[in-house]
Structure formats: C-alpha cells, structure tokens
Design a binder for this molecule. Structure first.
Ligand code: GDP
Ligand code: IMO
Ligand code: MG
Length: 443
C-alpha cells in the first residue's frame, strides 16, 4: 500500500505537516524528486522541525529514503542529520545510489544563470541550491551520482570529464572567475570523504529494490512530494518552475516503484486555502495594488516567508483553474485543505473560479505562461468566518468548523469532484482535522 502526497499549487502548501501526520501509519517515507530547495515544516507539540532533505517521517522514527529522482547536496544532508541527532532524534536515512549529487559548481552556476537572466524577466527566482544545473547534467549524461562517490576511480573519471567544461562555461561564457568549486583535485578529495561517510553509515541503497522489498513484506510507503504541480518542469508555469516532476508520476520514475503499484494506492493533493509564491512569474489571482494591505495581513498571519530562503512570499486568492489542472494531472483520490485558520476574520474570502481570456471563460490553466499572464480571474466571493479557538475545533472535528468555512470547503470538494481527507486549522500535528486516513482505505 502506498500513499503519495503531492503539492497542488506552487509549493509550501503544508505537505510536511501531512507527511508527519500520516507518516505515523507508514513504515517508510520516501522523497522522489527535488533536493534542498524544499523546506518542509513539522510541528509536534510546539516543537518545530524544518527539513529540506531528510524525509519528514524522521520525526516519527520512520525509515527515510531519498529516491533516484532526487538531487542531493550531501553537506546539507549530513548537517541536517547531525542537527536532528542533537535534538534527540535518530534519523535513519537511505540514499539511492542512482540519485544525482549537487556539486559546488552547480550552486555557483545556478546563481550565475539567474544573474544573467535578470535583465530579461526570465529568472525563476530559484532557491540558489544548484537544483536546475544538477538536473541539466543528469539529462546531459554528465552528472555525478551517489554511487560514483563510493568508487574513487569512477569519481575521478567523472570529475575529469565534467569539471573543465563547467570551468570553461563559467569563465568563457559568463566571464566569472572560478574557485575551488571548479577544481578537480579539491572536489575529488572532498567528495571521496563524503562518499566514505555514506559507506561508514551504510546509507546507500538500490532504491527500487529496497522499496519493492518493503512492499513485498507488506510494508506501507508514504511518498513525500516536494514543490508543487504548478512549478513542475512539465506541467507547471514554464520557465518559472523547478527542474523536476513533483506530480504523481514522478513518484514512480523517482523511486523505481511501478506506476501500477502507485496507482492502486492513494494520491492526496495538498492545497493551501489561498496562494503563496516565493518565485517570479505571473499570478492572476495575486493580491496587489489596493489589495496590498490584505496581502500583508495574510502574509504576517500565515508566516508566509520562505522556509529555505526567508523571502517574503507573494499572496493571492485560491486559483481554481490551477487546482482543476492539478487534480487532473495527478489523479487525486483525496484532498487536504490547509490554512483555513489564516483566512479567518477577513471582510470577505474570494477564489478565482475561472479566468477570462480575451472574452472567453477558461476553466483550466493555458499551456503557455504568456497566455496565463493574460488571464483575468473571475472572482467568486464567500461569506467570511470568524477567528475561533482553532485547537478546540481540531479536537471537536468537522462540525466545529465555522459554517461559512464549511461552505468554502464544500465548494472546493464539489468543484474538484474529490473528497476531502483532512483540514488544516493550524501548524501543529494536533491541529489537523482528519476525516479519512488514506492508509485505512483498502485498494
Ligand atoms: P511544505 O513545503 O508544503 O511542507 O510547506 P512549508 O512547511 O514550507 O510551509 C507551510 C507552513 O505553514 C509551515 O510553517 C507550516 O508549519 C504551516 N502550516 C501547515 N499547515 C497549516 C495550517 O493548516 N494552518 C496554519 N496556520 N499553518 C499551517
Ligand atoms: P517545498 O517542497 C516553494 C521555487 C523557487 C523558484 C522555482 C525554481 O518547500 O514546497 P529551484 O531552486 O527549485 O530551481 O527554484 O521553484 N521553489 C519552491 N517554491 N516551495 C518549494 O519547495 C520550492 N522549491 C522550489 O522559488 O521559483
Ligand atoms: Mg516548503
């Protein structure tokens, strides 16, 4: 049995909180894409954990796997593991030998390319973690994989081929001076050491084999998506996207578990009750101009500052065409609606129900971002709900949710024709109202 958790919007929908909640019922929690561009927050009895690579199941003592579809900055990974150990946890993290390694030159090149694009409005506002350049090298068949770090001669061969190319790119194309991030010898000695630590801690696995073994022994797997559908490299708002597939298909290619197995399980879409966005690009329902004060209020109340970079997030009303697109491309079997507490106490709550594009009503996102930028949202207004004692509501259950918020939830489940499995009314594990636990659903 598998449950796949997918971001429905632009990332930061509260995936970590749900992975933590349902991770209690899983044996293994596996990431299938992305790297330390992710920032997933887990709050347990007021203790907050911000995780960028260690799967969020670590807080529940589950085996965490970083699948072959991930890109891995080993320095981030080890420092996160060390920090968690200092806080008294014992994270058990396994890393796919097929996963690609983010090298220091990838991070430098990420920054260089964003700078180069900044004059032309093409910059994605990346997290600067080297994600795009690492996936480029994977697809270009010149990447360094985790398994390569375990074999000195393979590692040396890989570096001797790729590093001079990267140095030439930085120096000759972008005119930037390079440092030891582009030096074969220093990279070799540093990454051999990291490889040795992986071996000493017995952390590397053949992910597909490891995970399938678990399934054969009736274990349950929770797949933890990072980012979100609208920043998917294929299904998102290209080029303002990340470089991987957060959508549900990525769980198969990014772990080695067959799509037929994943399709027999549950695929749950995580939705924030409004929009927030750390990167660049159009955003039809964004609250700007005369609505700026409202955006400031929601940003402060929702703590909408990037987990990874601390950047203030842009704020908008919920975008229903975006959610129709996400529901279709992921095949959601259930939904989670988070942050309804943040919308409490407003004068009115709106959603972008559809778009107007050159006089025609559109119900889903156009395939090109230029057309998306031309879309004007047709807003639908909902009666507001008051702030209440949300932790009491969480204890009492759905019926205790203010009636107007219930109407908002019912509109969503009807529009997306998908049942709601849980509702987030605060960041803590205890502040999620669970209606259905996907692990309790028989395939
Ligand atoms: P992720 O990247 O999807 O895991 O989400 P982040 O952790 O980056 O951002 C979500 C933020 O909202 C975190 O600070 C969570 O603790 C918090 N959060 C999650 N669910 C809720 C909710 O229902 N209400 C409120 N107020 N905060 C929530
Ligand atoms: P989680 O898992 C929100 C955004 C960046 C940028 C674009 C490309 O916490 O939801 P990248 O560094 O990936 O090349 O940046 O994607 N982005 C995210 N936005 N949440 C995330 O992760 C994100 N990961 C990347 O802001 O616009
Ligand atoms: Mg996040």
């Amino acid at each position: 049995m598998t449950v796949t958790i997918v971001g429905s919007q632009l990332g930061d929908e509260g995936k970590g909180a749900l992975v933590d909640l349902w991770g209690g019922g899983a044996d293994v929690v596996a990431r299938y894409q992305g790297g330390d561009n992710a920032g997933h927050t887990v709050v347990e009895d007021g203790d907050e954990y911000k995780l960028s690579l260690v799967p969020s199941g670590a807080v529940r003592d589950k085996i965490g796997v970083l699948g072959n579809g991930c890109v891995i900055n080993l320095k981030t990974l080890f420092s996160e593991i060390d920090d968690l150990r200092e806080r008294g946890l014992t994270p058990d993290v396994r890393v796919a030998r097929r996963a690609h390694v983010i090298m220091p030159y990838h991070r430098v090149l990420d920054g260089i390319e964003e700078d180069a694009k900044s004059d032309s409005d093409l910059e994605a506002g990346t997290t600067g973690r080297g994600i795009g350049p690492t996936y480029e090298d994977k697809v270009g068949r010149r990447g360094v994989r985790v398994g390569d770090l375990l074999d000195p001669s393979v590692l040396r061969d890989r570096l001797e081929y790729v590093v001079p190319q990267k140095r030439a790119l930085a120096e000759n194309i972008f005119g930037v001076d390079t440092s030891e991030a582009f030096d074969v010898e220093s990279l070799f000695s540093e990454y051999r050491q990291l490889g040795k630590r992986l071996t000493e801690e017995d952390m590397t696995v053949n992910a597909g084999e490891f995970l399938n073994e678990h399934l054969n022994h009736d274990s349950t797997i929770l797949f933890e998506g990072a980012q979100g559908t609208s920043i998917d490299i294929d299904h998102g708002i290209y080029p303002y996207v990340t470089s991987s597939n957060p959508t549900a298909g990525g769980a198969a290619t990014g772990t080695g578990i067959s799509p037929t197995v994943i399709g027999q399980g549950e695929v749950v879409g995580i939705i924030k009750a409004y929009l927030s966005r750390v990167g660049t690009g159009p955003l039809p329902t964004e609250l700007t101009g005369t609505d700026e004060a409202l955006a400031d209020h929601i940003r402060e109340k929702g703590g909408e500052f990037g987990t990874v970079t601390g950047r203030p997030r842009r704020i908008g009303w919920l975008d229903i065409p975006m959610l129709r697109h996400a529901t279709r491309s992921n095949g959601f079997t259930g939904l989670v609606i988070n942050h309804i507490d943040v919308l409490a106490g407003l004068d009115e709550v709106c959603v972008g129900h559809s778009y107007d594009l050159n006089g025609e009503e559109q119900f889903t996102i156009p395939a090109t971002t230029e057309r998306w930028a031309e879309c004007e949202p047709n807003l639908r207004s909902f009666d507001p709900w008051d702030s209440v004692a949300w932790s009491d509501v969480a204890t009492e259950g759905y019926e205790a949710i203010p009636a107007n918020a219930q109407q908002y939830l019912e509109y969503l489940t009807n529009e997306l024709d998908t049942p709601i499995y849980a509702i987030g009314v605060g960041p803590d594990r205890a502040e999620t109202i669970e209606l259905v636990n996907p692990f309790d659903i028989d395939a």
